[in-house]
Write a protein that binds this ligand. Structure first.
Ligand code: PLP
Length: 461
């Protein structure tokens, strides 16, 4: 399809309210023209000028099976021709939806029972909060409502999920967070540990802080803890050793539900099918989105564990129907897309690829970047990784934010044909390529990233 680039750019500038975009800079043209993305294949996208870019971030950590998978497009098209829509209210279903739910309950970690569907990670976490409140109301614990998340956790942008998100710039000027949500410390050893403190000691301290927070709020007032198995948008930070073990002891002690937000880590990214399996987490509720359909269709799921579901079923005679649902809950095209994507994830063993190619990727990142004078830490797991830049390695001090080091490195990579994301908290270059990536493609990414980092380093030192 040939398009009039100028016309599309003008229409976009005049009418699209872009997320996470400086509105005035965009409106006045300071940010330049919008990038009109036209096609994609494998790990690459192409813009309307014909420029190819390696997508080292799989969109927003979501196009796990890569671009241009005709199997998924065909599954979507088949379902759209056969039945474009029917709702799942009042016990209606479709074959794709029932098959998908059966698969998810069987493959998910922990003792899962039922699946509720939404359209985004944010709304799925919103549902999780309502499930926690519903569960505790039904079992006669009406005060057990607080939800604890973590500083630098990311759980979405809607009212409850945005409150769960632990980064102030997602709250500022938007009247968040809600009072039902509290935040505990970030499990990042590099920045958070005391001098000489081991990872295990640091994890134990974070768990003790959580314990103290629950005691202070009152265990009868705390309903759930929500966390990503690996901190994502807050900096792509794998948990320190012993973290999940210690945290789960505290949650069990206080009868606090554990919501695993697997929106990024679900379906293979860490090298295990779910991040919970990778770190020995036994969640009561699981949130998935992104990788569920590899973003070929907007679909999310709140997977409900047996413990919570039983209380919901037992309470039904008293409260009537479960009064929560969206027009698009369990959309049949989304379910068909998810089934086709999970077929690929399983047949091509993408968790295995994330483990094997991911180990190579992590080793390359360490080898090429860890010793550079502006690099404080190189970290990651499977096919998610990050390079954090610091002004002073010895004293662990950040660059002056006005230098915008992370954004400059990301731009330098982009100018050389690689998308790697400047993470919002600190000077961090993040990677989360499609899980179908090969070692040769990893070499391409690392080589471009190295040129980009060195070019900015030359400007700085
Ligand atoms: N949870 C996590 C861990 C995420 O990374 C994201 C998005 O990046 C969300 C929730 C929110 O998902 P969505 O953007 O689909 O609302």
């Amino acid at each position: 399809m040939s398009i009039n680039i100028k016309d599309i750019a003008a229409k976009d500038r005049n009418t699209v309210l872009h997320p996470f975009t400086q509105l005035k800079d965009f409106a006045t043209g300071k940010l330049g023209e919008p990038t009109i993305v036209e096609t994609g294949k494998g790990i690459r996208i192409q813009d309307a000028h014909g420029n190819q870019l390696i997508d080292g971030f799989a969109g927003l950590y979501c196009v796990n099976v890569g671009y241009g998978r005709t199997e998924v497009a065909e599954a979507i098209s088949r379902q759209a021709y056969r039945l474009a829509y029917y709702h799942s209210y009042a016990a209606h279903t479709t074959d794709e939806l029932a098959i998908l739910s059966d698969r998810l309950v069987k493959m998910a970690p922990g003792k899962m029972s039922k699946v509720f569907y939404g359209m985004s990670g944010s709304d799925a976490n919103e549902t999780q909060a309502k499930l926690v409140w519903y569960y505790n109301n039904l079992r006669g614990k009406p005060t057990k409502k607080k939800i604890i998340s973590r500083e630098r956790g990311y759980h979405g942008c809607s009212v409850v999920s945005g409150s769960m998100t632990g980064m102030s710039f997602y709250h500022d000027h938007m009247d968040l967070p809600l009072p039902q949500i509290d935040h505990t410390g970030v499990p990042h050893h590099y920045w958070g540990a005391n001098p000489g403190e081991t990872e295990r000691e640091f994890s134990a301290r974070r768990a003790a802080e959580l314990d103290e927070m629950i005691e202070t709020l009152g265990p009868d007032n705390v309903g759930a803890f929500i966390a990503e198995p690996v901190l994502g948008t807050g900096g792509i930070t794998p948990p320190p050793e012993g973290y999940w073990e210690a945290i789960q002891v505290v949650l069990k002690k206080h009868d606090v539900l554990l919501i695993a937000d697997e929106v990024i880590t679900g379906f293979g990214r860490t090298g295990s099918m779910f991040g919970s399996q990778h770190y020995g987490i036994e969640p009561d509720l699981i949130t998935v989105a992104k990788g569920l359909t590899s973003a070929y269709f907007p679909l999310s799921a709140s997977i409900v564990g047996e413990k919570v579901y039983k209380v919901m079923e037992e309470g039904a005679d008293k409260v009537g129907a479960f009064s929560h649902g969206y027009t698009y809950s369990g959309h049949p095209i989304g379910a068909a897309a998810a089934n086709a994507v999970i077929d690929i994830v399983e047949k091509e063993n993408l968790p295995g690829n994330a483990r094997e190619v991911g180990a190579y990727f992590q080793a390359q990142l360490k080898e090429k970047f860890a010793q550079l004078p502006i690099v404080g830490e190189v970290r990651g797991v499977g096919l998610m990784g990050a390079i954090e830049f610091v002004g002073d390695r010895e004293n662990k001090t950040r660059f002056d934010p006005s230098l915008k080091v992370g954004a400059r490195v990301s731009k330098a990579a982009r100018d050389r044909g690689l998308i790697a994301r400047a993470m919002p908290h600190g000077d961090i270059l993040g990677f989360a390529p499609p899980l179908v990536i090969t070692k040769e493609e990893v070499d391409e990414i690392v080589s471009i990233a190295e040129k980009a980092v060195r070019s900015v380093m030359d400007e700085l030192v």
